[in-house]
Design a protein around this ligand. Sequence first.
Ligand SMILES: Nc1ncnc2c1ncn2[C@@H]1O[C@H](COP(=O)(O)OP(=O)(O)OP(=O)(O)O)[C@@H](O)[C@H]1O
Ligand SMILES: [Mg+2]
Length: 172
Amino acid sequence: MPKLPPGPIPAPMPKAPVPVQRPGPPRLPGPRRPSAGQLIAGCAQQFATTPTAAGWARRHVADVLARWGLPELADDCCLVVSELVGNAVQHAVPVGGLAVCRLVLKLYTDAVSVEVWDPSPDTGLRPRKEDVLSESGRGLAIVAALCGAPPAVFAMPGEGKTVVAVLPRGLV
Ligand SMILES: Nc1ncnc2c1ncn2[C@@H]1O[C@H](COP(=O)(O)OP(=O)(O)OP(=O)(O)O)[C@@H](O)[C@H]1O
Ligand SMILES: [Mg+2]
């Protein structure tokens, strides 16, 4: 048997590190940068998709904007949130079904973004043609008028969608 030359015993090959799967923070819906301004603050809140959701959301928005020192934006922001949360409740969950929708508010130097996630894969926001006699169908038009642009939709395959409206600051 050949004799091994004297010398240091080679160290065992290091094992490849096994990636550790840690649960990350909850995913917040919405695009990273809906505004050109700098992100200052943000908060997320979930609401059960009941008929009272829009009311709870309005109360939450008024509270958050007061804390952000922007009470003058509360009326417009409440209107936008009402319409988007109302749509999540009315159009994104089967009648009688119960789910949650998530509202993310982000404060930018030049805007406040309102992002509403719902579990429906239907990304087709369908602003209705003007019809003075129709009792509904104006929500998206109201949002577009307040924000100066229609809301955008970001689909997440298999994970619902987020509707984003950006309310500029400084117009109020
Ligand atoms: N989150 C959503 N998921 C699926 N479809 C939606 C969603 N939001 C809006 N839609 C579609 O777009 C249409 C127009 O929405 P919009 O808010 O303008 O009117 P409405 O909800 O029908 O009536 P109103 O808001 O005046 O009560 C809705 O009727 C619905 O078909
Ligand atoms: Mg609506």
